[in-house]
Design a protein around this ligand. Structure first.
Ligand code: ZN
Length: 337
C-alpha cells in the first residue's frame, strides 16, 4: 500500500516518477496558493527516497519511508524560514517563553544554505537519491539564493533539489533558468469539495469559496468558529449604518491577517458583483453585496483596494491594531458612500 497523495496531484506525480532516472537535478514546483505544493514536493521526495516504490510512488512501509515520516531520513533536508519552521511544530508549546518574543526571520538566510554544504557534498547514507526541499523559495534572500545557485550550477550526482513557490515572478532569473518548471494543477471544484468532505470539513462550499477555490486553505475556513467570526465581520460591512468604531474594537484581538483578507475579498466581491452580478468569496452574502454594488463608485473602490494592499504589507507588525482597523473601516465607509 503506497502513501496518500492529494487526488489532483496523482497524475503529475506519477508522470515525474516514471522518469526518475532521467529527472533533472532541480525542479521548480509552482502553482496557485493553497493547493498543496509542499505536500506534492514531499510526496515526490519520499517516492525518490523510498526503497520499494509501488509503481514509482513511495510504499509507506520500508525503512526509508519510515524515517521520512519521522522527519529523520538522513538523505533529506528542508530549508524554510525560521518563522515557518516554528509554525511547522504543529502548535507545540515553546518551552522558553522568551523565545516566542524573539522575532523569527521570514527569510531563508545564507547561513542556512551554508549549513547544508556537507549534506550536499558528502556521499549519501542510503546509496540512493539525496533530496533538498526549499520552500517558499521566494523567501531566499539574495545572498542565500546566490549561494544555492552554486549548487544548482554544479549539482552532485543523484541529487534532486525541489524549489516550491507561490510567486514564481519573485525568483531570480538565474535560479529559474537552472530548474525545470513543474506546474502543480489546481483541482476542479467537485474534486476539491469531495476531498474537503472526506476530511470531515463543515460548510465545504462556503469554505472553498472563501478560500478562492484552494482546498488546503479552505480547511482553515471550514472551522465553525472562523466562519462565525467572518460572518459577523462581513455583516457589518454589508450594513451601511454599522458602528465601525465598535467593530474595530470588537475585532482588535482577532487575527489581523484574517480581517484584512475579509476586507480584500469583500471589496473584490463588490467589484465582481457590480461588473458581472456574480460573487466569488462571500457567497452567503450575495444579496447584500449586490445591493451595495449597484450604488458604489468603482474608482473609489479601487483606491480603497490599493489602501488595503498597503495595509497588508505592514500587517505583521502593526503599531496599534485597533487604530489600523478603525482607519480601514472609516475608509471603507467613505469608499462605498
Ligand atoms: Zn518506501
Amino acid at each position: 500500500m503506497s502513501i496518500d497523495i492529494l487526488p489532483w496531484h496523482t497524475e503529475t506525480l506519477r508522470e515525474l516518477l516514471s522518469r526518475r532516472e532521467r529527472l533533472p537535478h532541480a525542479l521548480l514546483i509552482y502553482g496557485r496558493q493553497g493547493i498543496g505544493k509542499v505536500e506534492f514536493a514531499r510526496a515526490l521526495a519520499q517516492s525518490l527516497l523510498c526503497e520499494a516504490p509501488d509503481q514509482g510512488v513511495a510504499c509507506g512501509q520500508c525503512p526509508a519511508c519510515h524515517w521520512f515520516s519521522e522527519h529523520n531520513h538522513p538523505d533529506f533536508r528542508e530549508l524554510v524560514p525560521e518563522a515557518l519552521a516554528e509554525e511547522d511544530t504543529d502548535g507545540e508549546e515553546i518551552a522558553d517563553p522568551d523565545a516566542k518574543e524573539k522575532k523569527k526571520s521570514r527569510e531563508i538566510k545564507i547561513e542556512q544554505v551554508r549549513n547544508i554544504a556537507d549534506f550536499m557534498t558528502l556521499s549519501t547514507h542510503r546509496d540512493g537519491f539525496r533530496v533538498l526541499l526549499v520552500h517558499p523559495a521566494e523567501t531566499m534572500n539574495l545572498a542565500a539564493a546566490n549561494a544555492l545557485l552554486k549548487t544548482l550550477e554544479e549539482p552532485p550526482p543523484r541529487t534532486a533539489i525541489l524549489l516550491v513557490t507561490d510567486s514564481i515572478g519573485r525568483l531570480l532569473a538565474t535560479i529559474k533558468s537552472r530548474c525545470q518548471r513543474i506546474l502543480v494543477p489546481a483541482p476542479d471544484e467537485s474534486t476539491a469539495l469531495a476531498w474537503l468532505t472526506a476530511q470531515g470539513a463543515a460548510d465545504v462550499e462556503v469554505a472553498l469559496a472563501a478560500a478562492g477555490g484552494a482546498p488546503l486553505d479552505a480547511i482553515a475556513f471550514a472551522d465553525a468558529e472562523y466562519q462565525s467570526q467572518r460572518r459577523q465581520f462581513v455583516q457589518t460591512l454589508a450594513d451601511t449604518n454599522a458602528d465601525y468604531l465598535a467593530t474595530a474594537q470588537a475585532f482588535e484581538k482577532a487575527d489581523l491577517v484574517n480581517v484584512v483578507t475579509w476586507l480584500q475579498t469583500w471589496v473584490s466581491d463588490l467589484a465582481l458583483s457590480r461588473l458581472t452580478g456574480q460573487v466569488r468569496h462571500h457567497r452567503d452574502q450575495k444579496a447584500a453585496l449586490s445591493r451595495l454594488a449597484t450604488r458604489l463608485s468603482l474608482p473609489a473602490l479601487f483606491r480603497y483596494e490599493s489602501q488595503l494592499r498597503q495595509a497588508r504589507r505592514s500587517i505583521h507588525h502593526p503599531l496599534n491594531a485597533r487604530l489600523l482597523l478603525e482607519q480601514l473601516l472609516i475608509s471603507y465607509a467613505q469608499a462605498i458612500r
